[in-house]
Write a protein that binds this ligand. Sequence first.
Ligand SMILES: Cc1cc2nc3c(=O)[nH]c(=O)nc-3n(C[C@H](O)[C@H](O)[C@H](O)COP(=O)(O)O)c2cc1C
Length: 215
Amino acid sequence: MSISTPLTVPDAILLRRSVKSFKPDPIPPEILDQLVALTLAAPSSFNVQPWRIVLVEDPKQKEALAEVSWKQKQVAQAPVVFVFAVDLKAWAKTFPATIAEARRLDAWPERAADYFAKAVPDFHTGLRNSGLDREYAMKDALIAATHTALAAESLGLGSCYMNGWSEEGVKKVIGAADNPDIAIALLLPVGYPAEVPKFSGRLAPEVTVFKNRLG
Ligand SMILES: Cc1cc2nc3c(=O)[nH]c(=O)nc-3n(C[C@H](O)[C@H](O)[C@H](O)COP(=O)(O)O)c2cc1C
């Protein structure tokens, strides 16, 4: 993967803003490929990778997404909208492939791989029974989305984290209306900013950061 003149991580973090209007310019395919590769490099709990990311580029699909996203115009304007969905049964469906890959790469010792093959499905069955499976999958997807947003900034693009949408509506647009295993974590329109909003400030660290104990 080659990246030409990317911003450093600190610069990308500090310069990123929530872009509300995009130019119509398309994202070159090689840049979009880099963005996807950097997104998929994100960590996840037990490396389960529950995200199922739909890149919405078709104008009609984007209009339909905007319609179920409080009509927010950045959804229809951006050349690509990353829809971060999660499969709540990824641990059953694709974890065997994850274990096989870790074995192939000699990344997990044989005994650890054997242990995870049983322990991870057991753990997720427990999460499902206690209603926490959605929360766990969401954490992973949001970390992946953060990779996308910072990588986009680094590569000269802009993005906007979004939770202003109806889950039912988004599922319908991406063709997952009848799939109870699929939940939606976040929408992230990505493209070249038409305008970059001003920095809106942050609370002082005295208010939000503590040492050793809260308060
Ligand atoms: C989880 C999340 C959901 C958000 N949802 C929306 C949204 O639906 N529409 C929108 O215009 N901005 C949305 N934002 C952007 C925030 O309003 C923005 O991050 C915040 O005001 C700080 O501005 P900045 O991102 O430009 O620094 C969202 C941000 C986050 C992190």
